[in-house]
Design a protein around this ligand. Structure first.
Ligand SMILES: CC(C)(COP(=O)(O)OP(=O)(O)OC[C@H]1O[C@@H](n2cnc3c(N)ncnc32)[C@H](O)[C@@H]1OP(=O)(O)O)[C@@H](O)C(=O)NCCC(=O)NCCS
Length: 286
């Protein structure tokens, strides 16, 4: 097995075995290949895997797009690929690697375990109807301010900084990174409003973005401390914001620390339109 960069002439073969609806086909793989950031594992002269390093802030390697050709799965190719990507990141002087994978993707969990990446956040994506979240949040007590509010910003920086959670890189929910003061600030400024829940010293924070192009309100909820009361408070705040701007649909992204068997968000999952998509962020310092 040879770990190496993907060359332009490999693409024809790779596109033969990638799934027809794979998002890597829509120009994504070509872009990373031309930047020299897409890798493969070669077996008998053929590229049978794909793995991409997306550099975050010149300091981290976000590993994405891992694929192994069906016929070659279960024989260590995915492990070899991931190990190669981590070594490559380390050689380039990057300080951490991280990846996002569904809570059901057991092969990836196993690969991460073998390569000492640890679960650092549990993320749940769901779509909610405004009236459902409104009912849940009735009576909630919260603070809602514009994202430029300096006092709220400083408070959030402290709570997220101490929480050890992962945060999205600016407003890209497909790339997550450990929080730094600057990264938290960028993420907050990419939103329009901030909600803080009352109890536990403002343990739950929601960042609200109005996706007018999509007609949805997107709420990113960071659980910096676990308290049930805070969940209702935040639900109330999101409902209030959606009523103000008349958004019927809410895209809710909840970020929690991993490890708790029972999530305080269970009550919300039952109200979502479809089963929430849940994923772990795995992380390792180099
Ligand atoms: C995920 C993927 C890249 C793994 O590639 P692979 O070549 O099969 O991986 P490996 O053979 O190196 O390792 C898989 C490990 O998971 C284990 N595994 C496989 N299925 C498992 C299951 N259902 N439960 C628990 N462990 C499982 C294997 O035993 C192996 O562990 P081991 O080395 O201790 O025996 C490949 O399955 C794939 O392309 N999947 C579709 C795309 C995808 O999900 N990509 C990841 C996006 S984050």
């Amino acid at each position: 097995m040879i770990f190496r960069l993907i060359r332009k002439q490999d693409l024809e073969y790779i596109f033969q075995w990638l799934e027809p609806n794979d998002y890597l086909r829509s120009g994504v793989l070509e872009r990373y290949v031309s930047e020299g950031k897409a890798y493969t594992v070669e077996i008998d002269g053929k590229p049978v895997a794909v793995g991409i390093i997306h550099v975050v802030g010149e300091e981290g390697a976000w590993l994405m797009g891992a694929r192994v050709m069906k016929e070659h799965r279960g024989h260590g190719v995915g492990s070899h690929l991931t190990q190669g990507l981590i070594e490559e990141a380390s050689r380039s002087g990057l300080r951490w690697v991280a990846l996002l994978t569904s809570v059901d993707n057991k092969p990836v969990h196993r690969i991460c375990e073998k390569l000492s990446l640890q679960k650092r956040a549990l993320i749940s994506w769901m779509h909610m109807d405004k009236d459902k979240i409104y009912r849940l949040g009735e009576g909630g007590v919260y603070i809602s301010v514009p994202s430029t509010d300096r006092k709220a910003m400083d408070h959030i920086k402290r709570s997220i900084g101490n929480s050890n959670l992962m945060i999205p890189d600016s407003d890209n929910m497909w790339v997550w990174r450990p929080p730094s003061g600057e990264a938290i600030e960028r993420m907050i400024l990419a939103s329009e409003r901030l909600c803080l829940a009352r109890d536990g010293g403002f343990g739950v924070i929601a960042l609200i973005r109005f996706r007018r192009d999509r007609g949805t309100l997107q709420a990113l909820v960071l659980e910096t401390q676990k308290t049930m009361g805070s969940v209702n408070d935040i639900a109330g705040c999101i409902a209030y914001e959606s009523v103000q701007d008349r958004f019927g649909e809410i895209e809710l992204v909840v970020v929690e620390g991993p490890g708790q068997e029972q999530s305080v968000w269970e009550s919300i999952y039952q109200l979502a339109r479809e089963k929430p998509w849940r994923a772990y962020v795995f992380y390792k310092e180099l």
